[in-house]
Design a binder for this molecule. Structure first.
Ligand code: 2F8
Ligand code: CA
Length: 184
């Protein structure tokens, strides 16, 4: 192979290499654009679905607050029957996981069941989704299983006070609050 032919061959190799690198680069960019477009389309659909759900529930009288919708009962029932009612409505008893949400429950000025119970293990309070109680808003001296009673369910009783929860017998009648969260 003379000098000229050798030069051409190595030039061709470099050109081919450049084409391959540029093509791969373009494919990567195309892939990234596709991924972003799909993510945006999915997020858009998800947002529309959530807005429709919020719209449906609020049209049935539910209240929207901070990424959840809430049903405030106008009759009283036992804790379990109240929970069953929430489940039938596609929700569950409220899980209070912030001070703001707790303040929201106090606005209704009625003793209401929340999704809190220690039925499984006395003294271990759990929410209806199985998580352990962390931030609590018990009224002073509560929970107390008052006078040795089996007070295994939580409700907002002393709502005039900042900390308003009480434990009481689950068979007692109370209003209740259902929550359906829209947060993913
Ligand atoms: O109905 C049971 C309930 O009775 C009292 O509240 C009115 C007790 N609280 C005090 O005595 C301070 C609750 O602990 C008890 O659950
Ligand atoms: Ca009590």
């Amino acid at each position: 192979m003379d000098g000229r032919a050798g030069f051409d061959a190595s030039n061709n190799k470099r050109n081919l290499y450049t084409v391959v690198v540029v093509t791969l680069g373009l494919l990567c960019i195309l892939q990234a654009v596709l991924n972003i477009s799909l993510r945006l389309a999915f997020d858009g659909d998800e947002s529309k679905r959530k807005l429709n759900t919020i719209d449906d529930y609020t049209h049935q009288g539910w209240l929207y607050f901070n990424q959840s919708v809430y049903y405030i009962s106008s009759v009283e029932n036992s804790w379990q029957d109240s929970r069953d009612d929430c489940l039938q409505r596609g929700a569950d008893l409220i899980i209070v996981n912030s001070k703001e949400e707790h303040e929201f429950t106090r606005l209704f000025r009625q003793s209401s069941w929340i999704g809190l119970t220690d039925t499984e293990t006395e003294g271990t309070w759990k929410w209806v989704d199985g998580t352990l109680l962390r931030q609590s808003f018990w009224f002073a001296g509560e929970p107390n299983s008052y006078q040795g009673k089996n007070e295994d369910c939580g409700h907002t009783k002393f709502f005039a006070h900042e900390n308003s929860w009480n434990d009481v017998e689950c068979a007692k009648n109370n209003f209740w609050i259902c929550e359906k969260t829209m947060a993913s």
